[in-house]
Design a protein around this ligand. Structure first.
Ligand code: NAG
Ligand code: NAG
Ligand code: NAG
Ligand code: NAG
Ligand code: NAG
Ligand code: NAG
Ligand code: NAG
Length: 563
């Protein structure tokens, strides 16, 4: 058989996001599956390590969980001997749970993976507020704690990995500052003031600006959104380089008015490897500023229905506002390997906090960033048989049966599914109340996983010269694909694993790689040649999941490492 070679130079980046009607044309809106009834704890915080283990942890100072530590391993935490585990490792390969030992209170803390794939997690409550905890992605590893790892106590802070491999920790309750961890150089021992966090704490009650949304801009600065305002920060020199307009609409977007935020896919261009592509942030959901006050009196106000988009790399950028099909607070936003955004979990009324949300929203939403604006298009308006169906940016997906309210989490898995866990909107574990504590892990299959109707997926066979990538490096990916192929609809994406808590996935990042050519070397065997990201500001050093996408359907991800 003569080898067929189709060389395609992908010049127009827009062709990377072509419509994929295959699944949708059959009305496939995804499905849910119970993965594990109980992992013994409620997954308030969740991270995926490059060994495909999920690390989950709760808080430590509110009594028993549903899983115990082996005898003789009970630590003295929060002033008493505690034989319950509050952190576990979940093995995706065989669904087994391994208990981990935390030694201080991790309640409402933050985290990031470092360049070696180690989880660096910081802050919390009481004895945990200045602790930095480390967990290596190794068999039998356990938490190692540095009790004085932070200069300031940080409860409800956000973490972001930086181009130099350090992690910046921003804010916390009544903490109007930031700092860098782990502390290895002189500048790491310095505390940097951030008045913006005081200015956005409008009522001086530590409200509506906690867990600020932090995104590393491709120009190397840090985008920070709190309450309804945003800045671009040169964190090295502690200079605000840009003040963005107030997000219109009068809603607050950060805890307890918890919305969510993503940095939309960064599209890298061929033969322009030194450029900084434009970067856009999408923020959805939230509540009116006084919603928590009302909810505590039993009045549950409608959550925000709006999303805002802002091109953060542009001077004089303006918010582009649009409506979701339904109101939502505490929705998690996840970047899918295709470059689409999933909005999942949350409620339509009330706010974040103990028992203060109502009307769980059980349907996730799929958001297509490159479609024309929808302003709330619902499935009712979508004609699945034609392109007309995708005039809007939103698609309402299949519902789960389990409410996922305060303290729930979501994470993209390497196989393209989405893991959902947590929800404990109660003081203690309580299984007999309106919205009981959830110990389960479910998975959601996004519409691209049309195994039900036989639509095939690309499957990665190899990465050359190796999965260890260098910046700007040219590399190739071999993959198999059965069925009708179109090389113009093939592209590569790289997704950074995130740390999910309080509806915000810290460090989430997706790069659409610059491609040189895609060829079919023999029937069903393809090679795509592309370039690794050019700079550490585009892709901080560390592990990423690499996906081949064909016509809106991603392969399973392969872990790659860039440094
Ligand atoms: C976990 O929950 C189950 C079912 O309620 C109960 O039987 C079991 O004793 C609990 N385990 C622990 C360690 O609390
Ligand atoms: C646990 O630690 C506290 C101090 O944090 C101490 O007062 C207490 O005696 C310790 N308990 C035990 C059983 O060692
Ligand atoms: C799951 O896999 C891990 C790692 O290979 C192993 O240690 C563990 O015993 C397995 N658990 C079960 C229930 O098979
Ligand atoms: C892009 O650069 C590659 C290698 O540097 C070159 O072979 C190719 O022709 C260039 N393509 C365009 C469109 O300039
Ligand atoms: C490279 O990208 C930048 C930013 O997107 C753009 O302004 C510039 O024109 C591009 N240069 C070339 C040679 O395409
Ligand atoms: C969506 O509708 C609102 C008014 O309901 C309008 O202000 C906004 O500009 C619209 N957004 C887009 C992108 O069309
Ligand atoms: C669970 O919640 C119910 C209703 O709020 C309450 O009556 C009960 O005391 C709670 N149980 C525990 C163990 O906290």
């Amino acid at each position: 058989m003569a080898a067929k070679t189709i060389a395609v130079l992908l010049l127009a980046i827009c062709s990377f996001f072509t419509l994929a009607l295959g699944c949708y044309s059959e009305g496939y809106l995804g499905k849910w599956k119970m993965l594990k009834r109980s992992i013994g704890i409620s997954a308030m915080h969740m991270a995926l390590l490059p060994n495909d283990r999920i690390v989950a942890f709760d808080r430590t100072n509110m009594g028993p969980s549903n899983i115990t530590l082996p005898s003789g391993k009970c630590p003295n935490i929060s002033k008493f001997i505690d034989c319950y585990a509050h952190s576990v490792e979940f093995n995706l390969a065989n669904r087994s749970v391994r208990v981990l030992t935390v030694l201080s209170d991790t309640w409402c803390s933050s985290g990031a993976l470092d360049p070696d794939g180690m989880l660096v997690q910081s802050g919390g409550y009481n004895d945990g507020q200045r602790v930095v905890r480390y967990l290596k992605p190794c068999p039998n590893s356990d938490w190692v704690e540095d009790p004085k790892g932070l200069i300031q106590p940080r409860w409800y802070a956000s973490s972001q990995i930086l181009p130099n491999g350090k992690i910046i920790v921003v804010g916390g309750r009544f903490q109007y500052s930031y700092e860098f961890i782990p502390k290895t150089s002189k500048s790491d021992h310095k505390l940097y003031q951030l008045p913006f966090l005081k200015e956005t704490n409008y009522y001086r009650r530590a409200e509506n600006n906690l867990y600020p949304f932090t995104h590393l801009s491709p120009d190397g600065n840090l985008f920070i959104f709190a309450n309804d305002r945003a800045i671009l920060l040169d964190y090295v020199n502690n200079i605000v380089v840009r003040n963005y307009p107030v997000m219109p609409g009068g809603f607050s977007r950060n805890y307890p008015s918890t919305g969510s935020s993503v940095l939309l896919p960064l599209k890298l261009l061929l033969n322009n490897t030194t450029n900084t592509p434009d970067a856009e942030v999408l923020i959805c959901g939230g509540t009116l500023p006084n919603s928590n006050f009302h909810a505590n009196k039993g009045e549950f106000l409608d959550a925000a229905k709006t999303c805002g988009r802002l091109v953060i790399t542009k001077e004089n950028a303006e918010w582009e506002m649009e409506d979701m099909p339904m109101n939502r607070v505490m929705g998690d936003m996840l970047l899918l390997p295709t470059g689409d955004v999933l909005v999942i979990n949350g409620a339509a009324k009330g706010t974040a906090g103990w028992g203060v949300a109502r009307e769980p929203v059980l349907n996730p939403l799929l958001y297509h960033p490159d479609m024309p604006s929808s302003n709330g298009t619902s499935n009712a308006n979508i004609d699945f048989s034609t392109d007309q169906g995708h005039q809007g940016r939103f698609l309402i997906l299949s519902p789960t049966a389990i409410p996922r309210l305060y303290h729930s989490t979501a994470h993209l898995l390497s196989d393209g599914r989405v893991l959902v866990g947590g929800s404990n909107p109660n003081r203690n574990y309580n299984f007999t109340t309106l919205y009981p504590t959830e110990l389960s892990l479910e998975v959601f299959y996004p519409p691209y996983l049309c195994s039900d109707n036989g639509k095939s997926r690309p499957s990665i066979a190899w990465v050359n010269p190796s999965v260890e990538l260098g910046y700007k490096q040219k590399f190739s990916v071999g993959f198999h694909f059965k069925g009708k192929s179109d090389t113009e609809k093939m592209y590569l994406t790289m997704v950074a694993p995130s740390f999910s808590t309080h509806s915000f996935s810290m460090n989430q990042r997706l790069l659409v790689l610059a491609l040189e050519q895609v060829s079919e070397t023999s029937t069903g065997n393809f090679v795509v040649e592309g370039y690794a990201p050019a700079t550490t500001a585009l892709a901080p050093p560390g592990y990423y999941q690499l996906f081949v996408v064909h016509d809106g359907v991603p392969s399973r991800g392969t872990w790659v490492h860039i440094k």
